[in-house]
Design a binder for this molecule. Sequence first.
Ligand code: IPM
Ligand code: MG
Length: 371
Amino acid sequence: MAKYKITMLPGDGVGVDVMRAAKLVLDGLKFDAEYTYGHIGWEFWKAEGNPLPSRTKELLEKCDACLFGAITSKPKEEADKELAPRLRGEGLVYSSPIVQLRQEFNLRTNLRPCKAYPGNPLNYQEGIDLVVFRENTECLYAGLEYHPVPDDLRDVIKKHPRFKKFADVPQEDMAISMRVITRQGAQNIIRDAFEYAKKFGYKTVTVVEKPNVIRETSGMMVREARKVAEDYPGIDLWETNIDAQCMWLVKNPQDYGVLVSSNMFGDIISDLAAQLIGGLGFACSGNIGDNLAVFEPTHGSAPKYAGQQKVNPIAMILSAKMMLDWLGENDAAQRVEKAVTDVINEGYIRTYDMGGSDTTMDMARAIAYKV
Ligand code: IPM
Ligand code: MG
């Protein structure tokens, strides 16, 4: 029997291409795993009205870790139009399967390392080595949204002194999305960020919020960060506002180590950080819970490149590397990272984003050959 059970969820579009690429590298390592491929994505929305069928969730309950490619999401009108005719008008509502996975398996920590590998022609600047910790289940992603605003909710907020401004707005002309931060959620993500800083020698953890305006939720993140920081004497806690942090990341990206934020700001800042180190072709991520972890490239399914063997698989291959680390296969993980570093630095293989014309599998083969 193989040492690990890995669920592979290629999903849509280029998710399929990059998953094949990552598998080639894992095979190059002789990684001792049994792989099961599961169903997820737009195809299953169209045919079954559910992009995350329950058989896929069952697979996830039984595996050690999961690799996930990418999924296509379309706006409401298109989603309804593409449903199989027999399912239309049944009140089915599309909801992003990756967000569902994060919620249902409580994958509460989203970890996104962004390193400028030497010799990458797309590096914004050299020497960038950032890690974004993003709380993955709360905040504006908690799904507590209302339109029109129901009577009981309106009755509650009516008592708020600031409600005066909205007193005459009809309920159907108002939408509310709630930003929820729990103390436990804040503590968990901040502690994860500090532990990571300690383990990998980062000198600072920056909590990125907006407590001067969003006083309660961002305020709770910052207040909890101050408490957690006391347990890590060698690591400085920096506090920044999300808007200024975006500017400073463009100005002095090398100044930062570990960044930690709530779900929505973490989403935004991780795309910004990804672009600093070459864009989505290099941005890997892990969604980590207590019992399951799902590793995925930060990029989407890029439908226009689907099946063309064009996109850069490095983000997916580095996500597989993160999975190896999470499983405790640190030696194998290091071999993958070294191979990626060497291939980037040597510069013989360049996918289209890097200005070349090598294919997804050319890049994968070059990396697999070196592991
Ligand atoms: C990400 C993506 C997702 C998110 C989308 C696809 C729902 O942008 O993983 O960063 O918003 O979290
Ligand atoms: Mg995002």
